[in-house]
Design a protein around this ligand. Structure first.
Ligand SMILES: C[S@@+](CC[C@H](N)C(=O)[O-])C[C@H]1O[C@@H](n2cnc3c(N)ncnc32)[C@H](O)[C@@H]1O
Length: 306
């Protein structure tokens, strides 16, 4: 059966993202928001756009990225099923930790020994949400997000930040998809896959460095850090980690769907079918490796001038 469970795919990529996120930028993020938290009376205000099933919230808590004290965390995604699953997932996550989870109509409150995180979820387009909310945030997060939204929307998204607020756009795809061992159709499949991305509304197979250029050019925006966060999935001792075999099967189904939609310059049907069947067998035999090139981007907007 073709793997089509998007939420399972997002959960499966958690271990992969954990390995790939650049630790230096995460340190900069932790230090930046700690300083901001210390300067504030109210809660730290975080907006995550394209939040999916909320794995970044778990990570921010598990890795102590959020400062002690109160944090208000709003998770927005256009996929209502994904975003609606977040409170339940966080309740499960809290169950074997020193954290009490209390669900509310709008989300969930997580109380730990030294912090309270109030998570609110919203099913909405990120830009419409920012426009409608007409309020400010201390941190804007968008993971694996800028490669699927129109980069013309970046100024609006960043305008949601309070003066001196931080933005963090990790795992932004930047134009490299490699499967191994080598197969003669690899180059044709990769070219067709990227071309399909480029033709999708808001899609950009080179979004990482395009986003960097856009952010650098924005008035009042400073880029504090850029780093590679390439994904590398590979078998060890004859098996993939956690649910990464499912992740690979989902990726192959995505490539199949994408390349199959092209009406020109795609590999011949038979070539694609043979490539897919080889790659699927390699996943089953724990032989396939998969690498993609991505960038993490981190920075801030200007503080209010005195
Ligand atoms: C590749 S997934 C990444 C999800 C999550 N950030 C992660 O890394 O696990 C991209 C997410 O962005 C959401 N999305 C796409 N376009 C959006 C938009 N215009 N506004 C809000 N969310 C959007 C999708 O529904 C999807 O959940």
């Amino acid at each position: 059966m073709a793997p089509t469970d998007f939420q399972r795919y997002l959960r499966a990529k958690r271990t992969l993202d954990d390995r790939s996120l650049d630790r230096r930028l995460l340190e900069q993020l932790r230090a930046g928001i700690a300083e901001r938290g210390a300067d504030r009376d109210g809660p730290l205000r975080v907006l995550e756009v394209g939040a999916g099933v909320g794995t970044m919230i778990e990570r921010m808590l598990e890795w102590d990225i959020l400062p002690p004290g109160p944090t208000e965390y709003v998770a927005v995604d256009v996929d209502s099923d994904a975003v609606d699953s977040i409170p339940g997932r966080l309740v499960d996550w809290a169950a074997d930790r020193d954290v009490t989870a209390t669900t509310r109509d709008t989300g969930v409150v997580l109380d730990g020994p030294d912090r309270r995180l109030t998570v609110t979820t919203a099913a909405a387009d990120a830009v419409a949400f920012v426009d409608d909310a007409a309020r400010e945030w201390d941190l804007l997060v968008g993971m694996a997000f800028l490669d699927i939204v129109d980069l013309d929307q970046l100024p609006t998204l960043v305008s949601a930040l309070a003066p001196g607020g931080y933005w963090y756009f990790p795992i932004t795809f930047d134009g490299g998809t490699r499967f191994g061992p080598d197969h003669p159709a690899d180059d044709a499949v990769e070219r067709a896959y990227h071309r399909h991305m480029d033709h999708k509304p808001g899609g950009d197979s080179r979004a990482g460095h395009h986003a960097l250029d856009r952010l650098r050019a924005l008035d009042g925006v400073t880029v504090d850090g850029v780093a590679g966060s390439d994904w590398a999935v590979y078998p060890q001792d004859g098996a993939y980690q956690a649910d990464e075999a499912y992740f690979l099967r989902y990726i192959l189904a995505t490539v199949e769907g994408a390349v199959g939609e092209l009406d020109s310059d795609a590999p011949a049907d038979q070539t694609l079918a043979e490539w897919l069947s080889t790659r699927r067998r390699q996943v089953a035999d724990a032989e396939l490796s998969y690498l993609t090139h991505q960038l993490d981007l981190f920075g801030h907007v200007s503080p209010r001038s005195e």
